[in-house]
Design a protein around this ligand. Sequence first.
Ligand code: SAM
Length: 267
Amino acid sequence: MLGGLHFLVLAGQAGWDDPLAEHQDFLREFVATQGVQTNEVQRSWVLVPLLLRVAQRTGAETFDLVELGPSAGLNLVWDRYRYRYEAGEWGPEDALLHFEGEERRPVPAALLEPAPRVRGRVGIDLAPIDVTTEEGARLLRSFVWAGQDERLERLERAIEALRADPPELVRGDFVELLPELLDAQPADGLTVVFQTATLGYVGDEGRTRVRKALDEAGRERPLAFISTGKPRAEKDCWGLRLVYWPEGEREFAGHADFHGSWLQWEL
Ligand SMILES: C[S@@+](CC[C@H](N)C(=O)[O-])C[C@H]1O[C@@H](n2cnc3c(N)ncnc32)[C@H](O)[C@@H]1O
């Protein structure tokens, strides 16, 4: 409901002090039809070492990216932002958006050397948000708590970076659509599938089907998977996992905060 009110406030159609009853028709409809939808772009700061690790280990110079549950796709354009780590910086110097965070165990300098080129970007989401439209951008802004100005500013810059060349967002269930999407990936480059904060929504059966789709595709083409999931040693955070095919070898890369504010690199 607060997201709905924020949506109106952002368009100058309501004030925070308005009695909610004044907007009851809109809010009732909004709450009934609009799920909460967020896209945390600070997670790119955690994703980058994982993506560079994939480049380092496979030697791939070209990535075709597939994101499961990208929301608006702001993390699909991770290579347009600049990142600071203790060992150095990565990304275009003139980027609109710069990230940093707390490194509890730093990433090694050699990890920041690869510069893979992203050739394809596609995401599958049940409810993708098209931030190339003003309404889509406003919807995403409305689900950031009002007053969190730094997050709103970051979101604004990410939206601008995405609009320069928007990724393809497919509407649908990734459990259903992943096999077909992987089939359509070019076989002459590395396909990198990644997910942050989405596999938890699909249940055991869905996760098994995703893994099966990846295993099958990995037999046909170069493929890697990056996933945030259960932690190993720490609590209340993510464990960072990588899988590489054709063998399906696994790596545990470390732990990170759910929203990307800290990273503990363990490889
Ligand atoms: C918490 S958001 C995370 C968005 C983004 N990955 C991020 O880290 O900011 C979860 C996203 O997963 C999507 N989602 C959940 N289950 C899905 C499914 N079965 N198929 C496609 N998208 C799904 C939701 O629509 C939502 O956009």
